[in-house]
Design a protein around this ligand. Structure first.
Ligand code: PGA
Length: 260
């Protein structure tokens, strides 16, 4: 892989510049698979934090390929998804529940009880306790081993939108207008895009032992530079990753942070 990769270490962050998003995705999938196999040899559980959106699709595709062709089992894997829209049923094609089964869970041997995706259909009065329970379930399994992340064009991680607290935990949150505008093509019109979501908090994300952050394509170039070349700021939640001791920033030829 070294031919495809240019490495830079900035404080705790490890910037990895790949020649393409596909090569970056293969490498991230390979490292996840390595960790799954390692925990199996040690008779331990493996806890993954998962993301939705276009960015991780090739990682999931590669994990499915390894399940089918390379005997990679997910029997000891527990997953916690970052977020879910409020008001969408699991059967809604834009729900993240639907996405995860469409791209990963339907094709692998993960026990259904090990899958955790925030429930977007809760009654308002149940949300607070549900979110605390989501946190407890992560803690009881010993925390997230590997968290994968994409980034919104406004710098959000999960649905931790600009001006969110670095100490936030899983909660209901209001979506930024820019996030709703970006989601509009999938929903048809802006008024159909949910206004609220449940999201893991920044603290939940930053507690993960290892983070693989991925940002691909020209449209992410500007926000990647702002998040990692500039100072940490509440206006760009992704910049909080600068505080993490073991965070890999996986970039492609468009988001590349080094002039070559
Ligand atoms: P994307 O979304 O992977 O579809 O670009 C990322 C995000 O908005 O967090």
């Amino acid at each position: 892989m070294t031919n495809n990769l240019f490495l830079v270490i900035i404080i705790g962050m490890i910037i990895e510049n790949y020649k393409s998003s596909y090569l970056a995705s293969l490498e991230v999938a390979e490292r996840i698979a390595f960790h799954i196999r390692k925990t199996q040899l040690e008779n331990k559980q493996c806890v993954l934090g998962l993301a939705t959106g276009a960015t991780p699709i090739n990682v999931y595709q590669e994990l499915v390929r390894m399940y089918k062709r390379e005997n990679l089992s997910f029997e000891n894997v527990h997953t916690f998804n970052l977020d879910e829209y409020c008001g969408l049923r699991k059967t809604h094609m834009e729900s993240y529940y639907y996405f995860m089964f469409e791209h990963l869970f339907s094709y692998i041997d993960i026990p259904h009880k090990n899958i955790h995706i925030p429930d977007g259909m809760l009654h308002e009065s149940d949300i607070h306790n549900y979110c605390l329970d989501y946190e407890s379930q992560i803690s009881e399994l010993g925390g997230i081993d590997i968290q994968i992340l994409g980034i919104g064009r406004n710098g959000h991680l999960g649905f931790n939108e600009p001006n969110c607290d670095i100490n936030s935990i899983t909660r209901k949150t209001k979506l930024a207008k820019s996030t709703r505008i970006d989601a509009t093509p999938s929903f048809g019109k802006l008024s159909c895009v949910p206004k609220y979501a449940l999201t893991m908090g920044m603290q939940t994300i930053l507690n993960a032992k290892t983070i693989y952050f991925m940002a691909f394509g020209e449209s992410k170039k500007h926000i990647v530079e702002t998040a990692f070349k500039d100072e940490i700021t509440i206006e760009v939640p992704a910049s909080y990753l600068q505080t993490h001791p073991n965070c890999y920033i996986c970039l492609d030829q468009y988001t590349n942070l080094i002039e070559q």
